[in-house]
Design a protein around this ligand. Structure first.
Ligand code: SAH
Length: 339
């Protein structure tokens, strides 16, 4: 059975037309789901009983549940159980400017980045749109606060689940839906070029982040298998085109791996690679995990790397660290059935 949160406004309107009802019932249901945020069909009190019964016959509504919450200063990590007992995680960060939720898009991930815990389990399946939506609704219920920002940087490669992702963005961004401004939504990809091209032509003003992590093909090939399919000389023209067509600033994520991508030469090469692009670089101190042997670059060396970029007039920040005490930090999320 389909889940009601898989439908955008147009789908809901079409559904009602197809069952011989008025189109505007679609907006009524959409309003109940995303503005009033009711979690059962029975609460949709302006609908006739027959319509409520029909909805119950045709759709599921609640399928995801929270099975564990871990709390740290300004961070909660949520473990969700899906309808087939698979698990994914999301991380809530309380910022001075609002509450940001980092959501997952797949169970496991096939990208195989060598440094990432989330990728150690091969992809089991894509999340459906409703499973992304439910992460938001459940966390809002649990913490009693509105989620104001979404980062699509949890488990999975969002551009390997493109259609479900775009429908999710559409619903979240819709002023009649969850009404999150596009600039409050960030999607991160390891560089799935054909989907970046598609994404470029969409009307949404959503932020795009690229997991770069290396200034040249030699290093990137070693740590990110995607680079063999779409090396930097293929990726970069597409990114430049994205910036030109959308007039938006691109974010590059660059994790600092001790002795791998953190030398002075790497910093200089990185400056050359992004020179002239409307972008900024987010340096991420690597979060070590038990199962992977990469080490974090020392603080002083991160500062030196940062200084070289600054001197070359590249916009750069060092990411504030959240949630490493509860393994909620970047690259530490995983999905295990037995959890
Ligand atoms: N697959 C997408 C979305 C995941 S985003 C992508 O690759 O962009 C998660 C971010 O955390 C990515 O930039 C990823 O490279 C980074 N990351 C992975 N493991 C990490 C770790 N151990 N420490 C810090 N960042 C890590």
């Amino acid at each position: 059975m389909n889940n009601i949160y898989n439908l955008n406004l147009t789908d809901l309107e079409e559904y009602f037309i197809n069952i011989g009802e008025k189109k505007f019932k679609g907006s009524q249901v959409f309003d109940w789901l995303y503005r009033k945020k009711v979690r059962s069909f029975d609460e949709m009190t302006n609908l006739k009983k027959e319509i409520i019964d029909k909805l119950k016959e045709d759709f599921t509504i609640k399928t995801v549940s929270i099975t564990k919450v871990e709390r740290d200063i300004d961070v909660n990590k949520y473990l969700f159980k899906l309808k087939d007992d698979e698990k994914v995680e999301a991380v809530l960060m309380n910022h001075p400017y609002g509450n940001s939720l980092c959501i997952s898009t797949q169970v496991g991930c096939n990208m195989g980045c060598k440094f990432c815990e989330s990728g150690r389990l091969k992809k089991v399946r894509n999340l459906e749109t409703h499973e992304m939506i439910e992460q938001i609704l459940l966390v809002e219920e649990e913490c009693g606060k509105r989620i104001s920002h979404i980062v699509i940087m949890g488990i999975g490669e969002p551009f390997d689940n493109y259609d479900n992702l775009i429908k999710f963005i559409e619903i979240v961004n819709n002023p009649k839906g969850l009404e999150l401004g596009s600039r409050h939504i960030t999607v991160s990809t390891c560089g799935v070029v054909p989907k970046i091209i598609e994404f470029t032509s969409l009307p949404y003003q959503v932020n795009l982040a690229i997991s770069l992590h290396a200034p040249n093909n030699t290093i990137r090939d070693m740590i990110m298998p995607i680079n063999k399919a779409y090396p930097l000389d293929v990726l970069f023209p597409v990114l430049k085109d994205y910036i030109k067509k959308t007039n938006r600033r691109l974010t590059f994520e660059y994790i600092m791996l001790d002795g791998v991508n953190d030398t002075e030469e790497c910093a200089k090469e990185l400056c050359e690679l992004v020179r002239g692009m409307n972008c900024y670089i987010n340096l991420i101190p690597y979060n070590e995990t038990n199962n992977i042997s990469f080490k974090r670059t020392k603080k002083e060396k991160i500062s030196q790397f940062y200084d070289i970029l600054k001197k070359n007039s590249i916009c750069v920040t060092v990411r504030r660290e959240y949630g490493s005490n509860i393994s909620a930090a970047c690259g530490q999320l995983r999905s295990k059935k037995e959890d």
